[in-house]
Design a protein around this ligand. Structure first.
Ligand code: PGA
Length: 253
């Protein structure tokens, strides 16, 4: 089965509303005519609504960088899936390593957020990946396996179809140290095989697995050429229309 490549830009805590709108306008021009690659951007919360207005009629999808699992209530500082749905978000990034590292996210809270997103028809970019220590101790695969099992716990086949997995080795994020295409392919293959053991119904062949961690226009093609790499979750290089669109246009390089 051919999987549609999916490139998403995670802007993290960058860009004011005005800067976000500038970037989106640039992307609309530079990504014009792109049909064979799905594209999403995840601006900070304050820019989501204005960006959603600017994206009307465009094929670029909108993603949030996180969400909370309750619909509403006394949860100061949190954003609910219902609120994101209202402003036309289609995706939610969940379990990013920065959430796990700095904000106490665990496999269990990741699982609760994923379930909440799916309940509201938001598709999920579910992030996993090992730290440098874990890799050096030979624990890469056991960590990935635990994260996949924990994050997807209790999800059926129908729900699994709305999940995209982002494999992001923590040591490669924002460091300029990309995993080699072989290292990334090895992990992606392992993840796909794990999905095959968890689900039937062709889920493992259909599920898209993005690579993330210092993706640039220079290294994107080599990564995307790997059999089990179906896209990228891009941080730093997504903050600029030219570099992000060059990554999206990896086929033309
Ligand atoms: P980076 O971030 O591309 O800046 O390494 C990737 C990510 O954290 O999603």
């Amino acid at each position: 089965m051919k999987r549609l490549p999916f490139i998403a830009g995670n802007w993290k805590m960058n860009k004011t509303v005005e800067e976000s709108l500038d970037l989106v306008r640039g992307l609309k021009v530079s990504l014009q005519g792109i049909e064979d690659v799905e594209v999403a951007i995840a601006p900070p919360f304050t820019a989501l609504y204005p960006v959603s207005q600017e994206l009307k009629g465009s094929s670029i999808h909108l993603a949030s960088q996180n969400l909370f699992w309750e619909e509403k209530g006394a949860f100061t500082g949190e954003i609910s899936p219902m609120m994101l749905k209202e402003i036309h978000c289609q995706y939610a990034i969940i379990g990013h390593s920065e959430r796990r590292q700095y904000f106490g996210e665990t496999d269990e809270t990741v699982n609760r957020r994923i379930k909440a997103a799916l309940r509201y028809d938001l598709k999920v970019i579910f992030c996993i990946g090992e730290t440098l220590n874990e890799r050096e101790e030979g624990k890469t695969f056991s960590v990935i396996e635990r994260q996949v099992e924990g994050g997807l716990k209790g999800l059926g086949e129908k729900e699994a179809r709305d999940i995209v997995i982002a494999y992001e080795p923590v040591w490669a994020i924002g460091t300029g140290k990309t995993a080699t295409p072989q290292q990334a392919q090895e992990a992606h293959r392992f993840i796909r095989q794990k999905i095959e053991r968890l689900y039937s119904g062709g889920i493992s062949e259909g599920i898209r697995i993005q690579y993330g961690g210092s993706v640039t226009p220079e290294n994107s093609k080599g990564l995307m050429n790997q059999e089990d790499i179906d896209g990228a979750l891009v941080g730093g290089a997504s903050l600029n229309a030219e570099s992000f669109s060059r990554i999206v246009r990896f086929k033309e390089i």
